[in-house]
Write a protein that binds this ligand. Sequence first.
Ligand SMILES: Cc1cc2nc3c(=O)[nH]c(=O)nc-3n(C[C@H](O)[C@H](O)[C@H](O)COP(=O)(O)O)c2cc1C
Length: 169
Amino acid sequence: METLKAILTRRSIRKYSEKNIPEEYYEVLLKAAMHAPSARNRQPWHFIIISDREVLNKLATVSPSWKMLEIAASAIVVCGDLNLEDSESFIIQDCSAATQNILLAAHELGLGSVWLGVHPREDRLKPLVAILRIPGNILPVSMVSVGKPDEDREQPDRYNIERIHQDGW
Ligand SMILES: Cc1cc2nc3c(=O)[nH]c(=O)nc-3n(C[C@H](O)[C@H](O)[C@H](O)COP(=O)(O)O)c2cc1C
């Protein structure tokens, strides 16, 4: 798929069929993630792949917005390492770029995925850190729910000329 087409047709997919996704897809998704740009090229990320049904079900109870994890094949938690990048703001930006790359790679592979917000919501962060036993120097930024898509969503045209400013505000 052409890059621009992938960007313009990607949608959040929250309904999945029961099928598992091929193991080798994880390497593709995480290779895409690790090729994201990062401040000072620190690449401060870590990724937690979750495919254990019990763990996915536990995470699904953390927030009503994470309920699709009950039917997802897996989830990928995108985390930043404060020992590799001391700026929390850069970690959030780096991990966000990695997250978007996962979404686009998933789309290319014909998978459905959705970005699930973690940082800065304490009500999500705390239980997630406890469930996954994440150490103190690791900041979870986002999670991506992944599965075989069971819905088809059109992308509306979001191009908005009113938000474009030329040569200054
Ligand atoms: C920082 C961030 C947090 C998000 N958190 C959630 C979430 O917790 N649950 C969810 O279902 N979608 C979540 N989303 C997905 C958005 O709802 C979705 O991207 C938005 O509605 C636009 O739809 P689209 O992705 O289909 O273009 C999040 C997206 C971002 C960027």
